[in-house]
Design a protein around this ligand. Structure first.
Ligand SMILES: *Cc1c(COP(=O)(O)O)cnc(C)c1O
Length: 462
């Protein structure tokens, strides 16, 4: 399978080149040139373990043999505490899909453990080295660091918004002492960090000179690894309900996670609906209600990994929404860049997307659903997952099987959980261990020049 750009300006690329380059050279995002229809394999796939299913899906989208894919998958998920990688828990009428049983306790481990192993295999195969640059709103950074720490010929540079990630999230990054890990706190928002990383990657001479690689959710391999749990969870839910299909509620920031669900649906998985859930940063839920994608202000919330205005994966969705027309994608993105807003056309009375609906939860509603879920079911939701559950509880069609993605362990956000339920109940020994460990990070202004200089300096020192 080959990969093409959403802007149409490059020759088709191999899977391996796609993973290594992250962003397309024309500034677009990379997508497979076709989405395989697996409808006739669903009955067979239903019998597979999580790891077997991951192996099938990865082999389908790549040039990696099934044997090598299986080895990568086994290495990637060996550090997970659940035998089937993810876990499903019934909470009232909802199915909670716990995706946070990896080494840094967020769903991002599922993709980033895989990507770390994949990068290592590719660097070994091709020789040379790889320097990863990544922006994080909290969870990506630690998951990426844990995917890359200690690996040979690889370094990782992580930008997080200073003071805007939770203390636990920060410590999960800044207490890692491997020599190939570099943390920087940017005086700005996550969008500032992401903007700097995007500029670094569009500077091709710089990117080539320093062998830069991307692990933000613009990297196709991350989306790929996330497709797997939509299949796995839908299968388990279809078994337990005897019904054909399920809907998914997805706490959303950069649109990577829900986009994986969108592809699973395109592949033939009977997903009845994808429900996008946002916090006060609701550019995406407003889009799916109105058809207009319009920049607002960034709000700092208790679900910081969703404090995002410009969703980096949205362009991938837009490509399909605009019928795979790269010129139309280019025009829409240019319009958004120049005016802060763009609108997709639709027939009067038609939804913006027949598969995707949306909703949002503010801080009060998020705290309330954490409190009521704990009181009624004894189950603790982290604030991101709680945004999804709030939206799920407001959906019509009570009998429809509903899977809510739980994207982080509540202990990562113990301060907010404490606010909701009145005591420090959300703990995890892995996080407790970090509280007294020394932290290492550099503070820089929100400036491309400063960050570029810091990367160059760190590389020449090492
Ligand atoms: C990253 C993250 C999200 C948002 O996922 P996207 O793929 O960016 O939409 C939601 N919850 C948690 C806990 C996260 O870390």
């Amino acid at each position: 399978m080959n990969y093409v750009s959403t802007r149409g300006g490059i020759e088709p690329m191999s899977f391996k080149d796609t993973v290594m380059s992250g962003l397309a050279a024309d500034g677009g995002l990379l997508l497979p040139d076709e989405i395989p229809d697996v409808s006739d394999r669903l009955a067979d796939w239903q019998k597979l373990t999580y790891r077997e299913l991951a192996t099938e899906i990865i082999a389908l989208y790549s040039s990696i043999s099934s044997k090598d894919a299986a080895a990568l998958v086994h290495r990637s998920y060996s550090a997970f505490s659940e035998p089937e990688v993810v876990r499903m828990v019934a909470v009232g009428d909802l199915q909670i899909l716990e995706l946070f049983h990896g080494p840094t306790l967020s769903f991002k481990d599922i993709a980033l453990q895989f990507l770390g192993n994949l990068f290592e295999a590719l660097v070994e195969e091709r020789g040379g080295e790889l320097n990863i640059v990544v922006a994080t709103s909290g969870d990506t950074g630690s998951a990426a660091i844990h995917g890359v720490r200690g690996r040979e010929n690889m370094r990782i540079f992580v930008l997080h918004p200073h003071g805007r990630v939770s203390p636990s999230q920060r410590r999960q990054m800044t207490t890692v002492s491997n020599e190939n890990v570099f943390n920087v706190a940017i005086d700005g928002t996550f969008d500032d960090c992401q903007g700097i990383v995007k500029s670094i990657f569009t500077d091709l001479p710089f990117k080539t000179r320093y062998s830069l690689g991307a692990v933000n959710s613009i990297n196709w391999a991350r989306i790929l690894a996330q497709i797997v749990y939509y299949f796995f969870a839908a299968f388990r839910t279809m078994e337990s309900t005897g019904l054909e299909g399920a809907r998914f509620v997805v706490p959303t920031g950069n649109f990577g996670d829900i986009f994986a669900g969108y592809l699973a649906r395109k592949m033939g998985l009977p997903v009845t609906r994808l429900v996008l859930a946002t916090n006060e940063n609701d550019i995406l839920s407003r889009f799916f209600e109105s058809g207009t994608y319009a920049l607002g202000e960034v709000h700092t919330t208790i679900s910081p990994s969703m404090d995002i205005q410009v969703a980096s994966n949205f362009e991938r969705y837009l490509y399909y929404r605009l019928n795979g027309d790269p010129a139309a994608v280019g025009r829409a993105m240019a319009q958004f860049r120049d005016s802060g807003s763009m609108t997709v056309e639709r027939q009067a009375g038609e939804p913006v997307d027949e598969w995707i609906s949306s909703g949002s939860a503010d801080t009060q509603q998020t705290l309330e659903v954490i409190r009521s879920t704990y009181k009624d079911h004894g189950y603790l939701l982290d604030p991101h997952s709680a945004v999804g559950v709030h939206v799920a509880l407001s959906l019509e069609g009570a009998g429809e099987p509903t899977i809510c993605l739980a994207t982080a362990h509540p202990a990562k956000f113990s301060e907010s959980i404490g606010r909701a339920v009145g005591s420090k109940v959300a703990r995890h020994e892995m996080l407790d261990r970090l509280t007294d460990m020394p932290e290492q990070f550099t503070v820089l202004p929100s400036s491309l020049v400063a960050v570029r200089g810091w990367i160059e300096e760190s590389l020449s020192a090492g």
